[in-house]
Design a protein around this ligand. Structure first.
Ligand code: SF4
Length: 326
């Protein structure tokens, strides 16, 4: 039986971790934002594919050294032979920087509000990018942030950073909580792409897992962002595994695609700091592949491409299946 790259990657994402001897890792990732915040992870690359796996000594996947490569074993059988890939900042080929490592919201799957990390100044961000820009792998800058203080203050911080980062002459993408004029201001500042996350398109679930936030507000601003940034330049993370049905997922994917937004199907992850606060069932490989196929068909039907993005998660594709590249 021929196993496709998408099937291999779906199996890896469904687990999300591997047991690897830490001495094999060079510069490792410790994400400071989003549901993976606080963990350690590494990137593997094979052909045109990439995956990011968390380090976990109890993982059912074992990663061992194999002649300058890493061999991933599942049930003691080889699943993938790939190369370790260095990150620049957070991910390979991008300086992906989190401004505020804290958040006034309390999404139940996200550790950031519990970590109460620092807020980087624009000067610190510029220094980090300066260093990353020395690498020939430096292709883009991506900015994200929790919400420290207020969404408006966060957009101001992002704009301040963007204005100082234009000097690097690479595409810039921004993922923040939207405000009334965030898309217009980010576009005017020279940002190429934006990501406003819906998190889930199950409205009842959204109210429970993201208290204090409004899904309709995010959708309104996504629509506006497509008008301002154009097709193929607006993205939204869509978490799978919070208890939603595939029927809601399919309807939600369609709603987003019809608006011109490219959804990013993201496997839910249980962070130790959130145990007991939220239901999470990481999606199986089969489910991920099925939803990815549905998304691919929708994107094709409505003329959107997931393989031309220049910033943030679609070109990185470490955490997700990219419908047009995997
Ligand atoms: S896919 Fe997105 S969240 Fe995952 S490592 Fe890449 S840039 Fe980070």
């Amino acid at each position: 039986m021929i196993v496709t790259n998408a099937e291999i990657k779906a199996q890896l994402i469904a687990v999300g971790t591997a047991d690897i001897d830490r001495s094999l890792l060079g510069r490792v990732t410790i994400p400071t934002a989003g549901p993976g915040a606080g963990g350690t992870a590494f990137f593997l690359k094979w052909d045109e594919h990439r995956v990011r796996l968390g380090v976990d000594e109890n993982s059912p996947l074992k990663a061992i050294e194999d002649n300058d490569h890493i061999l991933i074993l599942k049930d003691n059988e080889p699943l993938l032979r790939a190369q370790l890939e260095e990150e620049l900042i957070h991910c390979p080929q991008q300086a992906y920087i989190t401004i505020s490592e804290q958040c006034i919201f309390d999404c139940k799957y996200c550790p950031v509000p519990k970590l109460s990390g620092k807020i980087k100044s624009t000067g610190e961000i510029v220094k980090l990018v300066e260093k990353a820009s020395e690498s020939q792998n430096f292709k883009a800058i991506s900015i994200t942030s929790g919400v420290a203080g207020s969404p408006e203050k966060e957009v101001d911080r992002a704009l301040d950073a963007v204005n100082s980062l234009k000097q690097f002459n690479v595409p810039i993408g921004v993922s923040v909580y939207p405000t009334a004029d965030s898309s217009q201001r980010l576009k005017e500042a020279g940002v190429l792409e934006v990501k406003y996350n819906v998190e889930t398109m199950d409205r009842e679930l959204f109210g429970r897992v993201c208290p204090g936030m409004r899904l309709d507000f995010a959708l309104e601003h996504l629509k506006d962002a497509v008008r301002i940034f154009g097709k193929n330049r607006v993205f939204s993370n869509f978490i799978i595994g919070l208890g939603e049905t595939d029927r809601t997922v399919e309807a939600g994917l369609k709603e987003l695609v019809l608006m011109g937004v490219i959804p990013i199907i993201r496997a839910a992850n249980m962070h130790p700091l959130r145990k007991g606060e939220v239901y999470i069932k990481r999606p199986s490989a089969k489910r991920l592949l099925r939803l990815n196929r549905i998304l691919r068909n929708l994107l094709d039907e409505y003329g959107l491409r997931a393989d031309i993005a220049r910033t943030m998660c679609l070109p990185c594709m470490g955490c997700d299946l990219n419908p047009h590249r995997d």
